[in-house]
Design a protein around this ligand. Structure first.
Ligand code: AMP
Length: 219
């Protein structure tokens, strides 16, 4: 199994770019945020454990996250390609991922750091709308749906995530700075970090990542 990581602050576009890469490559999109939201929606025990942390914009405990990630990886095959989005978020999660990959003979090939200026992050998060049904991501100005409030893909209702409210957004950016930013050094030291200018369009960002993957796999 081979894996890449999309690293970046909330609002950097990890989920949006991951959805594009899912179409253009063979990587499977593994978003711990999406998995947790699905667990909350369906009332699963792990959702109940995670809900209050998510609403406050705080990180869900590492032990809960590793449980859902391991379950997801156990479902896969040896030749699977994974693209992690929103995981890992702490050094502890990163070391546990290293161990899990070592145990299964898998390896991490790239960590893409999606760089976006802070003002742009805040405006992206404040304008973000998500489809309640299929999870597709829009933005009221940058990526508007053709009909306001309705998903282009499945006709589902678009809503604003509770944790995209202004107050929670500021806390999430703070949590990123305090708990996740140290992963940049962690992966830099391992020689895996690739900086990506993600203030550009989603298509350009996706193309930049795809070009790195293609050039380094010899394809
Ligand atoms: P996201 O959709 O990636 O922005 O995640 C939404 C929320 O889910 C975060 O603010 C956290 O509360 C929680 N979450 C998602 N992934 C993780 C993770 N790897 N570690 C801890 N908490 C997470």
């Amino acid at each position: 199994m081979e894996a890449i990581i999309l690293l970046g602050a909330p609002g950097a576009g990890k989920g949006t770019v991951a959805e594009l890469l899912k179409e253009s490559t063979h990587y499977q999109h593994v978003s711990t945020g999406d998995m947790l939201r699905a667990a909350v929606k369906s009332g699963k025990p792990v959702g109940l454990e995670a809900k209050s942390y998510m609403e406050a914009g705080e990180l869900v405990p590492d032990e809960v996250i590793m449980r859902i990630v391991k379950e997801r990886l156990d479902e896969g095959a040896d030749d699977d390609l994974y693209m992690f989005d929103g995981f890992p978020r702490t050094i502890e999660q990163a070391s546990l991922l290293d161990l899990a990959l070592r145990d299964t003979g898998g390896r991490l090939t790239h960590v893409f750091m999606l760089q976006v200026p802070r003002d742009e992050l805040v405006s992206r998060l404040a304008g973000r709308r998500v489809c309640r049904n299929c999870g597709a991501v829009y933005h009221v100005k940058n990526i508007p749906p053709s009909t306001e409030g309705i998903c282009d893909t499945c006709g589902g209702e678009l809503y604003q995530r509770a944790d995209d409210s202004e107050e929670t957004v500021l806390n999430r950016l703070e949590v990123f700075k305090k708990q996740t930013e140290s992963l940049i050094d962690y992966y830099q030291e391992k020689g895996l970090l690739v900086d990506i200018d993600a203030a550009k369009s989603k298509d350009q960002t996706e193309e930049d990542i795809r070009n790195v993957l293609a050039s380094e796999s010899g394809a």
